[in-house]
Design a protein around this ligand. Structure first.
Ligand SMILES: Nc1ncnc2c1ncn2[C@@H]1O[C@H](COP(=O)(O)OP(=O)(O)OP(=O)(O)O)[C@@H](O)[C@H]1O
Ligand SMILES: [Mg+2]
Length: 295
């Protein structure tokens, strides 16, 4: 892993936090979270609603006024979201935008003029038991800025931000986000580094598992040191967990206000937009998840 980049989010300092809403309860939680986060960062908030064409409005059966028919309820929904945001952050600079198109596409375009994109894990669609809506799947990992996916139920949180750390370069921007966030909120960072013996039958063939754990911990500590020095005012703790990273991070998420992960990890498979750990925690975490893409 290289030295920490000087300020990975420096060029985004004045772009607004963008939040997508479809008017559902899940999206309203996202609007509340985004408003709080915009206040914390001293950034404006832009609330976006995408109006999709009616399902039967296609080239063979065009419905010429499809968008005009849907736009008024879209505007109403945005007015409501704006009130919710203003309640959360009196004095907050809030704008709203009604856009025509598929929500995932619209929010990906919006990300080009955003400091981050906030979404609900669920919206008004979906099916019982669904863990992550299609918009989260279409946006997280696809855009350059961090994407925060907020869950409907508030976390039972300690004053703690969890960062997933696999000692790869891809963890760098995620660590930066976690430390910045902890500094802003006055919270501590728990850096969770999950490790597993390379083969399941290690003990059988006499592998020195304690030695292995110590080596992994020493290495992780060394890689973390530049971050501790740069954020000397932030309390940080390294936790080595002998488990699959998904289990370790989900467990840690039950005590956190926010879980931060990179879009890819050490085993990056370049064709995949999101690594398997990021994908799994987006679906299963118990608190909001920020996915931070490596630059
Ligand atoms: N039309 C939209 N405009 C803007 N943001 C949207 C829109 N629809 C959804 N979103 C955002 O995406 C989040 C998740 O909604 P999503 O549509 O992915 O899930 P869903 O409605 O439960 O299931 P489905 O994927 O079947 O639609 C919402 O909470 C909201 O933040
Ligand atoms: Mg939906």
């Amino acid at each position: 892993m290289t030295e920490p980049i000087s300020d990975p989010f420096a060029d985004r300092v004045s772009d607004p936090v963008v939040v997508g809403t479809d008017g559902s309860a899940g999206a309203t939680r996202a609007v509340e979270w985004a408003a709080g986060h915009a206040v914390l960062q001293g950034l404006p908030l832009r609330v976006v609603h995408a109006v999709e064409r009616l399902p039967y409005d296609g080239p063979r059966y065009p419905i010429p006024d499809s968008y005009d028919r849907l736009a008024p309820s879209g505007r109403q929904l945005l007015d409501h979201a704006e009130r919710v945001a203003r309640d959360r952050g009196p004095g907050l600079d809030v704008t709203t935008e009604l856009a025509e198109g598929r929500p995932g596409r619209v929010l990906r375009d919006q990300a080009a003029r955003a400091s981050e994109v906030v979404l609900g894990s669920h919206g008004g669609g979906g099916f019982p038991g669904m863990l992550l809506g299609s918009v989260g799947n279409q946006v997280a990992g696809h855009v350059a800025v961090p994407v925060v996916v907020v869950r409907p139920e508030p976390p039972e949180a300690a004053a703690e931000i969890v960062a997933g750390f696999d000692c790869s370069e891809a963890s760098g921007p995620a660590l930066a986000y976690a430390f910045e966030e902890a500094r802003l909120r006055g919270h501590r960072v728990r850096v969770v580094c999950a490790w597993e013996p390379p083969v399941p039958y290690g003990p059988v063939i006499g592998m020195d598992l304690d030695g292995m754990r110590r080596a992994a911990e020493d290495y992780a500590r060394g890689e973390l040191q530049p971050w501790r020095s740069r954020y000397a005012d932030v309390k940080a703790e390294l936790e080595m967990v002998r488990a699959h990273p998904v289990s370790a991070l989900i467990e840690a998420s039950s005590r956190a206000v926010l879980l931060v992960v990179g879009s890819h990890g050490r085993n990056a498979f370049t064709a995949a937009v999101l690594g398997s750990v990021s994908r799994a925690v987006l679906a299963h975490a118990r608190c909001p998840v920020a996915v931070v893409r490596a630059r």
